[in-house]
Design a protein around this ligand. Structure first.
Ligand SMILES: Cc1ncc(COP(=O)(O)O)c(C=O)c1O
Length: 392
């Protein structure tokens, strides 16, 4: 059984989070709480399946067969209440590569593409890199919670003739799990103006407490036709290095476009070990995921309670999903560059820079809490010490 309490040395594994942190944060004593992977081992069933596959010793070309397709359709049905057919599925090494391909497949050069900011940084590059333009529907923030400005959402689409909307659901970095009602409202506006919805649902399984994730495509036949969804087991089960994900598209015309884009770029397979891990995780990872969610909820509560009790200046935005905590550090009174320097040199906690998610993220930092309690405690302690020293 996975021991979520055990601290496992990741340095020396070429881990982006641990082995490349010193360079990024220019500090050898940094505690990495940044890039979105977890410091937990995967479900035992996944390790065993990988070991069995590795011991075969031959790693030629592999393709998902009917069994794998059935495993995927069952997961999507059971977890997102979304009935999909096997030939709606496309395979890809990752959601980011998919977003790049999908922007090209579903819009034209020069088109305007809507995103809700602050948002996961590649949302900007997948638009800009392919000659499309970014249109922002900024999320509103009342100091506690982020919401959607629907009026602005519709106006931006109308005024800019937007053709594609990239939805982050659940939302990284603000931690919102969009409600059925919010999703329906966004979808209705998209349908009204004939906007294609590209829904990145990589965090779909990582919902906290009583929050429920809805796949936007599942809400009606019409919305399903207007939507292409990206899913992946890699965030859920900590498999990012194995690179395996999939895209679901119901509408025939969209599937034709995807076919041309994916196959045209030689992408139609899954990495052998990624495929093995995906199948094992989806078949036998359920209990592990239930346990993980509890640990994440405990970590959120721990960080929030301690920071709010022991500092007046860092506010945790309560997440409904994801293992990424959005910290409002504006009360520290630092310019954004000063805040970054303070976090890396004084607190020595390696977090994602809020401004990398967009202008709206200035004064914020993103903390990854998918780690054993001991690591979380050490990170929070460092933060509190640094803040209190500064304010003394
Ligand atoms: C919203 C979102 N999409 C995509 C990714 C990365 O996907 P992949 O590793 O499959 O490219 C992340 C990782 O943090 C993410 O938060």
């Amino acid at each position: 059984m996975t021991n979520f309490k055990e601290v496992i040395e990741r340095k020396g594994t070429r881990s982006v989070k641990w082995d490349f942190a010193d360079k990024l944060f220019k500090n050898e004593d940094i505690l990495p709480m940044w890039v979105a992977d977890m410091d937990f081992q995967v479900p035992d069933a996944v390790t065993t399946a990988l070991q069995n596959r590795v011991s075969h010793g031959i790693f030629g070309y592999t393709l998902p067969d009917e069994d794998v397709k059935n495993t995927i359709t069952s997961w999507v049905k059971n977890h997102y209440d979304y009935e999909i057919e096997k030939d709606w599925i496309f395979y890809s090494p990752g959601v980011v590569p998919s977003l790049h391909m999908l922007v090209q497949a579903l819009s034209e050069i020069g088109d305007n593409v809507l995103i809700q900011t602050p948002v996961y940084p590649p949302f900007y590059s997948v638009i800009k890199n392919h000659g499309r333009h970014i249109i922002k529907n900024e999320l509103t923030f009342d100091g506690e919670r982020y919401d959607i400005d629907f009026e602005d959402f519709e106006q931006k689409i109308k005024d800019n003739n937007v053709t594609l909307f990239i939805l982050c659901s659940p939302h990284n970095p603000v931690g919102r799990v969009w409600t059925e009602d919010e999703l329906k409202k966004m979808a209705d506006i998209c349908l009204k103006y004939d906007v294609t919805i590209l829904s990145d649902e990589i965090h779909a399984d990582l919902v906290l407490g009583n929050n429920k994730h809805f796949s936007i495509a599942s809400l009606s036949e019409d919305i399903d036709d207007a939507t292409v969804t990206c899913y992946s087991p890699t965030k859920t089960f900590n498999l990012a290095g194995l690179q395996a994900s999939y895209v679901v598209a119901k509408d025939k015309d969209k599937r034709k476009r995807l076919e041309r884009q994916f196959h045209g770029q030689g992408i139609n397979m899954l990495n052998t070990l990624g495929l093995t891990a995906l199948e094992a995780a989806y078949k036998d990872g359920e209990q592990w995921l239930i346990d993980l969610r509890e640990i994440l909820a405990e970590n959120v509560a721990y960080v929030r309670d301690r920071l709010h009790k022991e500092t007046d200046t860092i506010k945790v935005i309560e997440p409904e999903g994801t293992y990424l905590l959005w910290l409002d550090c504006r009360k520290l009174g630092l310019e954004h560059e000063e805040l970054k320097t303070f976090m890396q040199n004084e607190a020595k906690v390696g977090m994602n820079d809020g401004a990398s998610f967009g202008e709206e993220g200035k004064g914020f930092m993103r903390m990854n809490i998918a780690a054993p309690k001991e690591t979380i405690e050490a990170g929070v302690e460092r933060l509190i010490q640094a803040v209190n020293k500064r304010e003394a």
